[in-house]
Design a protein around this ligand. Sequence first.
Ligand code: ADP
Length: 577
Amino acid sequence: MLDKDLFLLAKGSGRYVAATVALSVAAMLLNIAVTACICSVIALAAAGAEGREYLLPAAVAIACVVLRAPAGIAVNRIKARLGAKIRKELREKTYDKIVALGVRTTEEMSMAGLTQVSMEGIEQLDLYYSSYLPQFFYSVIAPFVLFAICVSVDWRTSLVLLACVPLIPLSIIAVSKYAKKIFAKYWGKYTAMGDGFLDGVQGLKELKIFKADARYHEKMNAKAEEFRKITMKVLVMQLASTTIMDLVAFGGAGAGVALALTGVSGGYLSPTEALFLILVAAEFFLPLRALGSAFHVAMNGASAGKKIKSLLDAEPPVWGDGEAGDGDIELKGVTFSYDGKRDVLKDVNMTFGKGMTAIVGKSGSGKSTAVGLITGALRPSAGKVLVGGKTFEEFSRESYYSRLAVVGYNTYIFNESVRENFRLAKRDVCDEEIYAALKKVDLDDFVRENGGPDKVITEDAGNISGGQKQRLALAVNLVADKDIYVFDEATSNIDVESEAVIIDNIRELSERAAVVMISHRLENVALADKIYFLKDGKVGESGSHAELCVKCGEYAELYNTQKSLENGYLGFAKGGA
Ligand code: ADP
């Protein structure tokens, strides 16, 4: 009923929980005192007491009622403060972890899953800590406190009431195994539905073009239906377990009432003592009954908590504190595996210095994995990655990233103005610098004619073409003025003119910076100082384009195949025209 992992996840919340429990017990004692006062007033009335004799119990009762209100308010305030603290801490931790994991995050958990867990999941967890945990401790303590009070009135009734109390947690435990499974499934279906929805919205254009939207609609409906069914299962389970707990709670209280009445008829209990026991009998069970209701909320939070914990437990790549070395990037005898089973890179040796170095190879040969290793997002299972002779553990990510730029095939452009996108790369960039960079990528006229640097780029760069987007991404990175540039398929899927502009810039850059170029199109890397041809995760061949062509190996074969395919296409295009 208590999860150790979740307990540890919210370290430092103990004093809030302790304060809530202490105040709840105090409020309960005040309630009991009011009940006792009422009973004594009845006893006084039965004995025909005079007016003055009622003063003391009446005054005590009023004092208790007056004190009870602030205790209740304080409990709610502390719970709210604890909830806010937990939400803030967990969101910060999750955010920090996402940042620390860097580019790996989205591979291990989908974007929709991350959003759901860090928003709604943490909201549910808040209830676990602020409602369930204090209620848990309170419901364990309360029956014993009540027993200690009632035992002086009648030990038999008190013992029966206390003995019936564990039946509630037993019934909770009985459903908890089943509940755990259902809640794990519930979250699974929930995130799957979120993923599907996001996927559908993002791929709406493709779905429409392929006329596959109706099919996707049905798929989405099926996912929604599965989610509805699991939600209903959760509700049915909650209702059933509440009914069971009610039976136990009221059954137990009933047993106590029956015993108290037997005490009156047996002559060993006065009617007022029996009345007191009858009035407090339900109090034995109510805290645990409330715990049972909170339990389902807690289970939901616990499932979300497990996901948050697995994210928080993911080992981020280790970085050091020093300055990154100013020298070549070297992969020395690097072996890498994503899953610990299959080696994606095997004993790879590569060096990237000033000038252009290319990594080529067929799809799946390990090019992007090599980029991950160069950027420090992935770490080798064996061998070393060195920057200026230092490992990543020796220098800070900030110092390395202040020298490194990565332009991928789908570099993100923010839904902001052109100027704001440039300001990400250089805070104090001026319009002259922006236009100079835009000129290099042949976008200056386009931007000038379309609202200048204040032109807002819509989400996912929807209001510019793919080629323009890639050229803009390059211009932003040019302004950043780094000394290591990694181009990972930066010219994939764009128009020929944009490709030529980008390649020209990359060549120019390679005269002053270290350029690592990943391209499946070998024509683009022919000018590189050195080319590494990857095959099945190994460096199959390496050398300049001329050297590799002379070798007549697999590189030359792939180059010639691509060339003849392109020529064939051109011939076809000309013939067709
Ligand atoms: P390339 O960039 O040359 O196409 P990659 O480096 O992307 O190749 O992939 C190399 C191999 O690693 C492929 O077999 C691919 O399936 C596998 N791979 C890539 N990314 C992951 C990942 N996140 N988890 C598991 N396997 C991966």
